[in-house]
Design a protein around this ligand. Sequence first.
Ligand code: AMO
Length: 424
Amino acid sequence: MLKDRTKIHDAPGKIGQKISIYGWVEDKRVVGGVAFLIIRDPTGKIQVTIKRDQNSELFALATDIPRQSTVKATGIVREFNNIIEIIPDSIKILSTAQHPLPIDPTGRTEASIHKLIQNRPLSLRIPEINAIFRLRSITKQVIREFFISKGYIEIDTPKIIATATEGGANLFEVDYFGRSAYLAQSPQLYKEQLTMGFDGVFEIAQFYRAEKSHTRRHLTEFTSVDLEVAYADYNDVMDILEELMKYVFSEVPKRGRAELEILQYKPPPPPKEVPRITYDEALDVVRAGGVDIEWGDDIDGDALDVLARKYPGFYFIVDWPWDSKPFYIRRKGRLSESFDLMIGRLELSSGGTREHIYEELKKNISEKGLNVESFEYHTRFYKYGMPPHAGFGLGLDRLMTVLAGRENIREVVLYPRDPETITP
Ligand code: AMO
């Protein structure tokens, strides 16, 4: 099949030639003695024209084909009245679509986001939805390419783990042959350990948070882009993250031009320079905007609205109170060497310098009220020459909402998981 397949977007270059296309019947019209099939594949659509008086058998077959059936059409490509069409000498039905369909894959009748997700494979026949996931694939490729160009090593860390990394809450427990195990919330501790032998490591993988959040930016299974770099501090990795954002927001629109055209969307331009404001400065902005906020509070709700009005693009909030950050972040008095990368109201990434001194790390663990012994499997490596290191975790799904111009994180994830949904 593949050998004789011409992708539909290549058909206009083959006028006068005989080609075979494979795709689905998006639409069908019969006008007098002429049947018009609109056949689509992921690359585009084309008209297939069959005249009754030229081929009555094919005409009968074409008029009977249920829409959305998958077909192979073979024939000569021609241009007529500025329309590229195929005059088929054969049409083969490869798989018939049963009606009624659960959603309208032409996208003309709008379906709820829930219905689209429940019928994800079929929804991919809607050009906009198909374009979102192609753009996601392009984005992952661009990110991977960036990291590889820096010499970082792609790693795979376990998703079934014995202890929490991001704190005890939000953990999915699994029965591991009669013992308790958990789904990984992030690759945090493993990626840190691996800086012992590599200059930098990255992973793009799914992680799990048992958060009963019903927002448009939280999932229970999300994809994280993680980086960890040896001999680096938080300023160094903010530089890398800023460079990554510049690269992604300039490369993705170039390589995903066709997809963004279908979506009729222009992502924000690559940032020129990303301001770095301290947590304390952020509180000043919030208070000046008339919102009450105590030192130590998270910045969310109205406070975030105020901040996003002053900084509608990318910005870092740095030096968060140590109390608000996990044990692995390096402490700086009552503050920490940490950052969040924001775009407007949306947190895209967080990271920081890690504590790499064995005794200090153990102190951090106990000050967070965690059991020092249960982290010994991890902390023991810090006795053997762990380099200073820093890194970040970037939410790919959230990033995709910005790149594809979508409001809801569920629109950019093929099979999203939230507290209510674990099917399909
Ligand atoms: P954090 O918990 O801030 O940090 O997560 C990093 C980024 O991952 C994304 N994210 C989520 N996206 C969708 N649904 C969720 N439930 C969800 N939770 C997190 C966000 C967030 O900014 N280990 C640290 C990172 C590090 O320091 O390297 C961590 O996991 O975009």
